[in-house]
Write a protein that binds this ligand. Structure first.
Ligand SMILES: [Zn+2]
Length: 112
């Protein structure tokens, strides 16, 4: 990993964090709409509303996990440990980081 790679991946991570923030907002709006429909119009059944809410919560918790992973990746960059497997210390394949910039393990350790 040279400085250009690191800068590019940092941009990518920060863009992803911004994207998640927007989705968080949309997710909250969607939940609010479900509640409003339920109370004001009664068009959605209670089960539907609960399913929507459970789905929105699951998506929220996935986003929270991703935020934690992305922030952890930024910390590893600051510490100069980015791109190295946290288990065995080997370099993580560039393609793997391209696919998941928050990857903290090499493919071998990740699949154990
Ligand atoms: Zn490893």
């Amino acid at each position: 990993m040279n400085e250009t790679d690191i800068a590019r991946i940092t941009d990518k991570i920060q863009a992803r964090l911004r994207e998640i923030k927007v989705q968080d907002q949309l997710g909250q709006d969607a939940q609010a709409v479900v509640e409003l429909d339920q109370q004001a119009i009664g068009r959605l059944s209670r089960m539907d509303a609960m399913q929507h809410q459970a789905m929105a919560r699951a998506q929220q918790s996935r986003r929270n996990t991703e935020i934690l992973r992305l922030n952890a990746a930024l910390v590893r960059m600051d510490e100069g440990e980015y791109g190295y497997c946290e288990d065995c210390g080997d370099a993580i394949a560039a393609k793997r980081l391209e696919f998941d910039p928050a990857a903290s393990k090499c493919i071998t350790c990740a699949s154990l």
